[in-house]
Design a protein. Structure first.
Ligand SMILES: *[C@@H]1O[C@H](CO)[C@@H](O)[C@H](O)[C@H]1NC(C)=O
Ligand SMILES: *[C@@H]1O[C@H](CO)[C@@H](O)[C@H](O)[C@H]1NC(C)=O
Ligand SMILES: *[C@@H]1O[C@H](CO)[C@@H](O)[C@H](O)[C@H]1NC(C)=O
Ligand SMILES: *[C@@H]1O[C@H](CO)[C@@H](O)[C@H](O)[C@H]1NC(C)=O
Length: 429
């Protein structure tokens, strides 16, 4: 459950969300849709992923953590940051979805402006929900210079209380200074880019394993000759499900979730279905249950009852296969002598809507935690929601997504996925 201090922040911000209506969809006449390809790197200490893009005048490069569930792009416009092309969005303007208004005692700079529409600086790993200023500035995305997109900026240094684990940046890779959100929200970068370029929103994501580089293509649109054509023969498709209940930090009646859910019908270990209550795999009236995809957790989290069944069945199959179990290494439970597991790890498949299977490759299943010890890379997600009022039963995390090409097509609400590219002797790098 959210703590009482979280609730106070929920209330403060409850006015400011979920009524996004007018984004400027102005289009420069001569630009054809083209891909916006951003590099992705993995942070070895948090096992999270980030990208890099430029903002403002003079251009400053920011590393931003990648959050599939994130509603917008927000960055730390710290004390030394004073972009001359920054335009705060005025309260009550067409672009401002909110009735609230923020101000600042000055001196003027991004993150300290008067009569400014609030935006959010949401980080599901932080302890609180932070309000930032909604603004517009030039973004440098791969070779493209893009203006007219909305983002939020917050001066983290400007608030002495934002230190340590109280910071809006808590839990993110040390070298990052904000979040790039890729959710269905109208403020997310892929959606804003698609609207601006008048193409259907569609983006791909390929997370690298280790320190090799992956990529994200924020806007595929109708581009021909995209770099994924040759991989398309491996790709399977399943519907993206909309959870009708908001799963964010603020619960607003009748507002659906911005996050990406898929319909996992069964989990198979070596071909046998896990015996789970069907209600856990579907989304109930209150928005609980179901399976979502997240890039802001390193390892897949299973709600406790799913987790217990999963570990028990996995250990049984592992013992049938003569894997040598060793002492657990937190947060993992099922650990093995890695010299005993070569190519004999039990096979895990997610059976998805549309009759397709997502086979989790051995490299996505196990994680090497120390010399000769590999653990099943799934963790107990508990029973209570974090920074939200609802809880998914399965949250597929970064390790399980690595070296999988994922294409999110929001117009047709479909997810295409490759399963592991390693099985095809290629990778995200
Ligand atoms: C997002 O933008 C679209 C197109 O402009 C609009 O139809 C839709 O209502 C907006 N969604 C929200 C939640 O405001
Ligand atoms: C930031 O730059 C503006 C001019 O673009 C200037 O008016 C303002 O004083 C500067 N703020 C700070 C804190 O240096
Ligand atoms: C905002 O308005 C207040 C009150 O008028 C003023 O004292 C302050 O300097 C202004 N801040 C900025 C950044 O202009
Ligand atoms: C991948 O490479 C290995 C070794 O080079 C080879 O044995 C295997 O057949 C290849 N697999 C595919 C799908 O091309």
């Amino acid at each position: 459950m959210a703590s009482s201090s979280d609730i106070i922040h929920f209330l403060l911000l409850s006015l400011s969300l979920f009524s996004v209506s007018c984004l400027s969809a102005s289009q420069s006449p001569n630009t054809k849709p083209h891909p916006f390809i951003l590099p992705i790197k993995k942070d070895p200490s948090t096992n999270l992923f980030y990208t890099s893009l430029g903002i403002g005048t003079p251009r400053k490069n920011f590393n931003l953590a990648i959050d599939l569930s994130g509603e917008n792009l927000w960055y730390n416009c710290d004390t030394n940051y004073n972009s001359s092309s920054y335009i705060p969005i005025a309260c009550g303007s067409k672009q401002c979805p909110d009735v609230a208004c923020i101000g600042c005692n000055g001196p003027f700079k991004p993150g300290c402006t008067n009569n400014t529409c609030p935006g959010t600086a949401f980080n599901s790993l932080a302890k609180f929900i932070f309000s930032a200023g909604l603004g517009e500035d030039i973004l440098f995305i791969s070779q493209n210079k893009v203006s007219g997109l909305l983002s939020s900026c917050i001066d983290v240094d400007g608030f002495p209380s934002f230190t340590g684990d109280e910071s809006p940046l808590n839990g993110l890779p040390k070298n990052t200074n904000g979040i790039i959100g890729l959710s269905r929200s109208n403020f997310s970068l892929p959606i804003q880019l698609a609207l601006k370029n008048k193409v259907p929103p569609k983006f791909s994501l390929c997370l690298p394993s280790s320190n090799k580089q992956g990529f994200t293509n924020l806007l595929v649109g109708s581009v021909s000759g995209d770099p994924f054509k040759e991989l398309s023969k491996f790709v399977q498709t399943t519907p993206l499900i909309v959870n009708p209940v908001s799963t964010g930090s603020v619960s607003v009646k009748g507002v659906p979730s911005d996050e990406y859910f898929i319909d996992v019908k069964a989990i198979k270990i070596d071909g046998n279905d896990l015996n789970l209550k069907p209600s856990l795999l579907s989304i109930d009236k209150k928005g609980n249950g179901g399976t979502k995809i997240s890039t802001l957790i390193p390892f897949t989290e299973l709600q406790s009852s799913v987790y217990k069944t999963f570990i028990r069945d996995f250990l049984k199959k592992a013992s049938d296969r003569k894997l040598k179990r060793v002492a657990s290494v937190a947060p993992f439970e099922a650990c093995f002598d890695s010299t005993s597991i070569e190519n004999s790890v039990p096979r895990i498949d997610l059976e998805l809507q549309g009759g397709v299977h997502w086979t989790i490759h051995e490299r996505n299943l196990m994680v090497n935690v120390k010399k000769n010890v590999a653990c099943l890379a799934f963790v107990d997600g508990g029973t209570e929601p974090k920074m939200s009022f609802v809880k998914a039963s399965i949250v597929i995390g970064g390790h399980q997504l690595e070296d999988n090409l994922l294409v999110f097509d929001l117009a047709s609400s479909k997810l295409s996925f490759s399963s592991s590219l390693l099985a095809h002797n290629t990778s995200c790098s």
